[in-house]
Design a protein around this ligand. Structure first.
Ligand SMILES: [Mn+2]
Length: 451
C-alpha cells in the first residue's frame, strides 16, 4: 500500500486550504491532510463544505503507508501538524509548493515549485494541466479564488504578479462565486475583536519614515484574540497608514503583527530580523519578554525601518539637473524661446543663487498682447513656490505634486537649487520607463493618474 498525502501549515489560511485541494487535483489519487488548527474563516468554510473535498485530518493518516508527501504554502517542518515522523524517512518523495521566499525553511523537496508570487494557489493554477483545469468545479474555483484574494489583498498587495491576475481570471471563468468569496473574506467581527479594534484605534501613533506613513501601537492583552491579524489590517485601513505594526503584550511574551501596502516596507524582512517572518505585505513575530520588552521591540522595528529604507531611492536620483534657469528680468519672449529650444515646460527664476519664482508653460498662455512678450518674467512667474529636499522619497514628492496640483518642484538644499522634478520625471520613475519610451507612451495614451 502506497499513499500520497498533500498537507500544509497549522493555522491554515485559505491559500493553504486551496493549495491542498489543488494538490489533490494535480496529483490524482493523493489525499489532502488539513491540520487540526485552522483559521476561523477556514473553519467556518470547512464546517459546511468539508465533505465536498477529499480531505482528512492528521489523526486519520496511516503514516506507515506514506511514500510521497507534498507540502504546500510553507517550507518549515515545525509548521506542519504531526508530520515529524516522516522527516528523514528513506525513500520518501517530497514535492514543495511555496511562495514564502524571504525565509528558507528546512523542508527541501525532490521537486520544488517555489517562487515570488502573490499566492501559492496561483502557482497551481499556472502549472495545472489543461485536462484538470477543464474539470474545475465552481466550488473548487470559489475556494481557490478566496485563497488568492486573501493572500494578495484582492490583487492589491505589491507581491501580486500578472500570474495571480491570470489565475483570478481563470477562476472566474470556471464559475468562482464572488458572493461566497465575499462572505468568507469578510467574516463578521466578534466582541473580543471589536474591543481589540477600539484599543488599537486609541493606541495607534503615526509617524512618517522616509516618506511613508507608519502606525504603531502597543497593547497589553489578557488572552489571545482570534484572527487578530485581520483586525490589524482593518486598523491600518481605517487609520489610513501605509504600514502598521501592532505589539501585543501577553505577559510572558509579546506578539508583533505587521502589515504593509508599500514595497519599501518589507514586513517579512523586518520581522524576520526579530525572529519572525512572513511576506513583504504581511508577517508576525513572537518575542519573549525576558529577552526583549515590548517597548524595546517597538524601538527595534523603528530603527530597522529607518535603516532598511535608508538605501531607498531618493528624489535626487530622479530629478533633472543641472537646472536651466532665467533671471527675473528675462523677457517672456526669451523664456518661450528657451522652453522651446530646451524642450522643458518649466523654468526656475533665479536671483543670483536664490530662487524667487517659477514659470511654467501654462503661464505663457496669459500673454495676450504682443507687447507683453517684452515684459519681464517676474510679472508672470509664480512667487509662491513649493520646494522639496534631495532626500525626499518619490512618494513624498508625488503626494505634494498631486495635492497642490503643480507640475514642477525645485529640489533645494541649503538655499541652492540642485535640480527640478517634473510630473514626467515622476511618472517615468513610477512606471519604470526610460524618458524616450515614456514620451511615446504619453503621446499614445492619456497620462495615467498617479493616485
Ligand atoms: Mn500563502
Amino acid at each position: 500500500m502506497h499513499m500520497h498525502i498533500v498537507t500544509t501549515h497549522k493555522n491554515t489560511d485559505f491559500d493553504a486550504l486551496a493549495s491542498v485541494i489543488a494538490g489533490t487535483l494535480f496529483y490524482p489519487g493523493a489525499v489532502g491532510v488539513i491540520p487540526s488548527s485552522v483559521n476561523r474563516n477556514v473553519d467556518q468554510f470547512l464546517s459546511t463544505h468539508k465533505s465536498a473535498f477529499n480531505l482528512i485530518g492528521p489523526e486519520d493518516v496511516d503514516f506507515e503507508a506514506i511514500n510521497r508527501l507534498t507540502v504546500v504554502d510553507t517550507n518549515h517542518w515545525y509548521r506542519l501538524d504531526r508530520m515529524e515522523k516522516l522527516r528523514g524517512r528513506d525513500g520518501l518523495h517530497i514535492d514543495l509548493w511555496d511562495h514564502h521566499m524571504t525565509t528558507r525553511g528546512d523542508i527541501s523537496g525532490d521537486l520544488e515549485y517555489r517562487e515570488q508570487i502573490g499566492a501559492t494557489i496561483s502557482l497551481f493554477m499556472r502549472e495545472m494541466p489543461q485536462e484538470h483545469l477543464r474539470n474545475l468545479s465552481p466550488l473548487e474555483s470559489t475556494v481557490f479564488l478566496i485563497g488568492l484574494y486573501e493572500d494578495t489583498g484582492h490583487l492589491t498587495f505589491p507581491t501580486t504578479t500578472p500570474d495571480d491576475a491570470r489565475a483570478a481570471a481563470l477562476l472566474l471563468e470556471h464559475g468562482a462565486d464572488l458572493n461566497v468569496a465575499r462572505f468568507f473574506l469578510n467574516p463578521p467581527y466578534e466582541k473580543g475583536q471589536k474591543d481589540a479594534f477600539f484599543k488599537m484605534m486609541q493606541a495607534t501613533r503615526r509617524i512618517t519614515i522616509h516618506g511613508h506613513s507608519v502606525g504603531f501601537h502597543r497593547i497589553s492583552m489578557r488572552s489571545k484574540v482570534p484572527e487578530l491579524a485581520e483586525v490589524v489590517s482593518l486598523c491600518r485601513q481605517v487609520m489610513g497608514v501605509e504600514a502598521i505594526f501592532g505589539i501585543y503584550d501577553l505577559g510572558n511574551y509579546h506578539t508583533i503583527i505587521g502589515r504593509s501596502t508599500v514595497e519599501a516596507i518589507d514586513i517579512g524582512k523586518i520581522l524576520g530580523e526579530l525572529g519572525g517572518g512572513g511576506h513583504p505585505g504581511a508577517g508576525s513575530a513572537s518575542v519573549k519578554n525576558e529577552s526583549t520588552t515590548p517597548k524595546e521591540s517597538e524601538k527595534n522595528i523603528e530603527s530597522l525601518l529607518l535603516h532598511n529604507t535608508a538605501s531607498q531611492i531618493t528624489i535626487a536620483s530622479i530629478m533633472s539637473s543641472p537646472v536651466i534657469s532665467v533671471p527675473p528680468d528675462t523677457t517672456m519672449e526669451k523664456v518661450k524661446r528657451i522652453m522651446d529650444k530646451q524642450g522643458v515646460r518649466g523654468l526656475p527664476v533665479m536671483e543670483g543663487k536664490r530662487i524667487c519664482g517659477i514659470i511654467v508653460l501654462s503661464d505663457l498662455k496669459r500673454v495676450k498682447k504682443t507687447k507683453q512678450w517684452q515684459a519681464p518674467v517676474k510679472a508672470f512667474m509664480t512667487r509662491d513656490i513649493t520646494t522639496t529636499t534631495p532626500d525626499a522619497s518619490p512618494m513624498q514628492v508625488a503626494r505634494i505634486i498631486i495635492d497642490r496640483e503643480i507640475g514642477y518642484l525645485p529640489v533645494i538644499e541649503k538655499g541652492e537649487v540642485l535640480g527640478i522634478v517634473s510630473r514626467t520625471d515622476l511618472l517615468g520613475w513610477f512606471y519604470h520607463m526610460q524618458p524616450e519610451s515614456l514620451a511615446t507612451e504619453l503621446k499614445k495614451n492619456a497620462v495615467p493618474s498617479l493616485t
